[in-house]
Design a protein around this ligand. Structure first.
Ligand SMILES: Nc1ncnc2c1ncn2[C@@H]1O[C@H](COP(=O)(O)OP(=O)(O)OP(=O)(O)O)[C@@H](O)[C@H]1O
Length: 763
């Protein structure tokens, strides 16, 4: 048996330091391969100073030191693994050869000694040992290897003599020499046994050696792993160093660019400073020249200063005098201001008094009117509209408003007539001069000589125009510019008296298109500005009601709206059923309409809704005079009953707001058929109204109220116990001159009518 210690090539078997730490890689490689490998240069640690220079000089395809290290380690690990596989294959062959040997012994057949086949890559010492053992030759001990007595004895034992060694000496024994042949056989068996035992010893030795190599392989694997880790960390370091190098190079480039930029800036600054310096030098020179000039000027000024100082002294003295004068004037101004303030206060006082007086005057005026018992008449001229302004620049040339108190309307007709009355002959000359000849002189002249007559006639002939001026005075005349608010201001007191228990009747009279509906109801689109007398009156009544509540007054209102069309009463607040008949019946002091819708109202909005409903129901038909001509009389009536919870007073009043139908003459309207009938009915009722008013004015015993539905309905509003106001609306168109004249004449008659003093209906 050969022990592990006796194995001549075993390095690891020696006691001493750990082979992985004590052995250097190249030393280890030499032992394993059996030949010395050159130590790889890259395994030498690089010196820090040579690191960058070497790296720089390396070409891109040259391996780095780390790579070289890794390659060497890989190659050594490969060689170890190849050796390990060689050992494994040897073991296999060994076991198979041992098996064969044992089998041949068992068969007890004489066989030739099988020489173990060893792989070419197996180590030399092993091969030589096996060969020596197989031969069998005493193994040659290596110089310096420890002496193993057991191994020496095992291999130096002399093998038993082979067959024929005793007697035959290799010669074939004759068949009869059985003893000899038996001896040969025994000798052969002994030889075989000896060979077998030596083979076994050899196998054990190999096994020991394999185990030792395995250990070495494991150690080497550990070393390789460490080297790989070292190589990886070195590679990382190299990476870091490279990136640091890149950063350093980048920052170096950046600094270089920065420096270049700064240099160019400095150069630019230097140039500009150079230019500044040059210009400053130029300025300095100019300033120096200027200073020289100024010095001269200063000298001149100093000389003139003395004169100016003297002047200044004189001026100062004068100023002092002026200041003392100014103070005196300030005192005067303050006194004047005080006077003005006092006078302004007085003016304000007077203005206030004026306003109070105006209010008082109006009240007194109204009172006088009431005492007079007249129907008041307001005349309103509407403005020219749209195409009516063409050819006249919107100026109404045939009308004049001469009275500053707005109470007179002048109507002037241009005509070629010559008027001849009992006393004189009047003509208007072309230059608008009125020529009047006393008739007596005309007659005398005609008697005296023909020349005078001719002169007179010539004068009359040349006088192609005559100033037909008509002057009408009313309680108020509203010019075309007067808006709805101004007009309402004048009737506000009258409306108010309906709340105090009076019967109030306001009606609008005038030809078609003169502005009656506009005045009573409002414009085509009713808004705050152009809403008419009815909505404004309703608004004022409800506002006053709220104010009077604090004085204990509570009111109830009932509204009705009817129209008289062709002498038939129609309910404008009804449901449009024409078959309902409405009769007028007198009940005490009022005329009642049968079957008429009476709506209780509590607020302004409700009344507006009623007005809208009525206007839809109202029959409107077109005529030649006005496209939107209303062919009926409409009567809005608001019955007012008031009770005072504090004083227990009661009052009841009625507000009648009447929009009469157009008053044009038949021939003017151009109506035919149904329209002609309408016009006739309208004219008939209007002339009845005129007759009633005339009868009232003449204080006739019989007042013909019953001649028309209109006069029947309004009898208590026209007669003694009511406050009546008539708007006479006139058209501004010159072609309506005659109708305007008729309306104004009718209105004048109404205005002169004394209908008695109105009385309050109060308990
Ligand atoms: N003061 C005014 N300012 C502006 N427009 C007015 C004025 N008066 C009347 N108008 C306009 O003149 C036109 C005729 O007026 P409105 O219909 O009131 O006449 P009317 O006398 O009621 O006619 P009818 O008898 O046919 O009802 C309307 O377009 C109306 O808006």
């Amino acid at each position: 048996m050969v022990s592990k210690k006796s194995f001549p090539v075993s390095v690891g078997a020696k006691s001493g330091p750990d082979p992985m730490t004590s052995l250097k890689p190249h030393r280890l490689l030499k032992d394993l391969n059996g030949s010395r490998l050159p130590m790889p240069r890259m395994l030498k640690p690089p010196t820090p100073s040579s690191h960058f220079s070497k790296k720089r000089s390396r070409s891109p395809d040259q391996p780095t030191n780390a790579e070289k290290k890794r390659r060497v380690l890989n190659s050594s690990s490969e060689s170890i693994s190849s050796k390990s596989s060689a050992v494994k294959s040897f073991n296999l062959r060994k076991s198979s050869s041992t098996g064969n040997l044992r089998a041949s012994i068992k068969e007890e057949k004489p066989k030739a000694i099988v020489k173990p086949k060893l792989n070419a890559s197996a180590k030399k010492p092993i091969t030589s040992t096996v060969r020596q053992t197989a031969n069998p030759v005493v193994p040659v001990r290596k110089v310096g290897a420890p002496q193993n007595s057991q191994a020496v004895s095992a291999v130096s034992k002399k093998p038993p003599p082979g067959p024929g060694a005793g007697g035959g000496g290799g010669k074939k024994r004759p068949a009869w020499d059985l003893k000899g042949r038996l001896e040969d056989m025994e000798a052969k068996l002994r030889q075989q046994t000896y060979q077998s035992s030596s083979q076994n010893a050899l196998i054990e030795e190999f096994e020991g050696r394999i185990a030792h190599l395995e250990t070495q392989k494991a150690q080497l694997s550990g070393a390789v792993q460490q080297k790989e880790e070292l190589a990886a960390s070195t590679s990382r370091e190299v990476q870091d160093l490279r990136s640091q190098l890149r950063q350093i190079e980048d920052s170096k480039d950046h600094m270089r660019r920065e420096l270049e930029r700064k240099i160019s800036e400095l150069e630019f600054n230097r140039d500009s400073l150079q230019r500044q310096k040059e210009s400053l030098e130029g300025e300095l020179n100019a300033t120096r020249a200027e200073i020289n000039g100024l010095k001269m000027t200063v000298a001149q000024l100093q000389s003139s200063q003395a004169g100016i100082s003297a002047q200044l002294q004189a001026t100062k003295e004068q100023l002092d005098k002026e200041i003392s004068d100014g103070k005196e004037k300030d005192r005067e101004i303050n006194m004047l201001k005080e006077t003005i303030r006092q006078q302004l206060a007085e003016i304000e006082d007077y203005n206030n008094k004026c306003r109070e007086h105006e209010t008082l005057r109006r009240k007194l005026h109204n009172t006088i009117q009431e005492l007079k018992g007249n129907i008041r008449v307001f005349c309103r001229v509407r403005p020219l509209l749209g195409e009516e302004c063409l050819g006249n620049d919107g100026i109404i040339s045939h009308m004049g408003f001469p009275d500053p108190d707005h109470k007179v309307l002048e109507l002037q007709k241009v005509s070629g007539d010559i008027t001849l009355n009992e006393s004189c002959l009047t003509a208007i000359h072309r230059d608008n001069k009125t020529i009047t000849f006393p008739l007596q002189s005309c007659l005398t002249a005609s008697r005296r000589d023909n020349k005078t007559i001719i002169f007179l006639l010539q004068s009359c002939l040349t006088a192609s125009r005559r100033d037909n001026k008509y002057e009408f005075a009313f309680d108020k005349v509203f010019e075309p510019s007067a808006d709805q608010a101004v007009v309402f201001e004048e009737i506000a007191q009258l409306v108010q008296s309906a709340l105090d228990g009076y019967n109030v009747c306001i009606f609008a009279y005038g030809q078609t298109g003169s502005g009656k509906t506009y005045t009573m109801e409002g414009g085509d689109v009713i808004d705050d500005q152009n809403k008419g007398m009815i909505p404004r009156a309703v608004c004022q009544i409800f506002q006053s009601t709220e104010e009077l509540q604090s004085k204990g007054w509570m009111y109830e209102f009932e509204a009705s709206f009817l129209e008289i069309y062709n002498e038939t009463v129609r309910d404008l607040l009804g449901n449009g059923k024409d078959n309902i008949k409405h009769e007028l019946k007198t009940a005490g002091q009022e005329v009642v309409v049968t079957n008429l819708t009476m709506v209780k109202v509590t607020m302004e909005r409700e009344v507006h809704n009623l007005l809208e409903k009525a206007s839809q129901n109202r029959s409107v038909a077109g005529t030649r005079c006005n496209q939107r001509s209303s062919r009926s009389h409409s009567v809005f009536r608001l019955k007012i009953v008031g009770k005072n919870s504090i004083t227990s007073e009661e009052c009841s009043g009625t507000l009648n707001l009447v929009d009469l139908a157009g008053s044009e003459k038949l021939k003017e309207s151009g109506s035919e058929g149904q329209r002609l009938k309408e016009t006739k009915a309208i004219n008939s009722s209007l002339s009845s109204l005129g007759n009633v008013i005339m009868a009232l004015a003449n204080k006739d015993n019989h007042i013909p109220y019953r001649n028309s539905k209109l006069t029947s309905l309004l009898q208590h509003s026209l007669g003694g116990n009511s406050k009546t106001l008539m708007f006479v609306n006139v058209s501004p168109k010159e072609e309506c001159f005659q109708e305007t004249l008729n309306s104004l004449r009718f209105a004048t008659k109404v205005n002169q009518c004394h209908i008695g003093t109105a009385q309050k209906k109060a308990k």
